[in-house]
Design a protein around this ligand. Structure first.
Ligand code: CTP
Ligand code: CA
Length: 223
């Protein structure tokens, strides 16, 4: 579907959004995944498009459908997601809402692993590329606004503040994903936005409302 040419404050701006989990194969039938539904990233892409942005939506295997009116690029692994993001650039902004697997199975098998072999599989892991850090660190053609997410437990703000500095992004949207919050996989989110110019704690609201408010802030920053 051709991206809808919506009028709005983000008209003429190109924004790359990552969303969803990644799947890292173990063998042809098995993979390592995480609990991300892709709901928050999808809502952000939809909200940006509604403000007139041209959105490239790079999504792992999410459980919610991608929004209308955006360019959808489906990927499975972290390595594929990095490649798709790099192909999607240049962009005015890049929003990294995906729950990228930190590790992939280095010795994934081309054939199905069988019990008849005896014992348990001897998996070894390699670290995946950090897409957010890679794009934040670009010396040429870096999007002028790079936004990361930090799903944390325990000392959420401290972890997220350190993460923003480590990764070199402009904003980080921190949320508490402790099981008792019900945020992972739920319809609501409670976020704190950490920027170079200060920290803003937003009340708990629907993921759609978080997306709309974030899209407005992005429009303001890019104006
Ligand atoms: N991210 C990414 N590529 C990765 C890992 C993370 O682009 N390989 C992005 C996520 O999309 C998110 C941000 O980095 O915007 C933070 O992800 P998170 O998993 O919280 O950070 P990590 O550096 O992986 O740290 P942790 O050990 O806490 O998982
Ligand atoms: Ca991680």
């Amino acid at each position: 579907v051709e991206a809808a040419l919506m009028d709005g404050p983000l008209k003429g701006k190109h924004i790359v959004v990552t969303s969803g989990p990644t799947h890292e194969p173990i063998d042809p039938v098995r993979y390592i995944a995480n609990r991300s539904s892709g709901a928050q990233g999808t809502a952000i892409a939809r909200a940006l498009a509604a403000l007139g942005a041209q959105v490239t939506f790079v999504t792992g295997p999410a459980s919610v459908a991608p929004p209308e009116g955006v360019k959808v690029v489906k990927v499975e692994t972290a390595q594929q997601m990095l490649q798709a993001v790099q192909r999607g650039l240049p962009a005015d902004a890049a929003i990294f809402a995906a729950a990228v697997a930190d590790w992939r199975v280095e010795n994934a098998s081309d054939s199905k692993m069988k019990k008849t072999k005896g014992g348990t599989p001897d998996l070894s892991f390699a670290e995946n590329p950090d897409i957010l850090a890679t794009v934040s660190g670009m010396t040429k053609g870096r999007p002028s606004l790079v936004v990361g997410f930090a799903a944390e437990t325990d000392d959420v703000i401290a972890h997220a503040t350190a993460k923003r500095q480590r990764k070199g992004c402009d904003w980080i949207v921190a949320n508490d994903v402790s099981p008792e919050t019900g945020i992972m996989g739920g319809a609501e989110n409670s976020v704190t936005v950490i920027r170079t110019d200060g920290t803003e704690e937003w009340p708990r609201m629907s993921k759609d409302q978080v997306a709309a408010r974030l899209a407005n802030a992005i429009a303001e920053a890019l104006a």
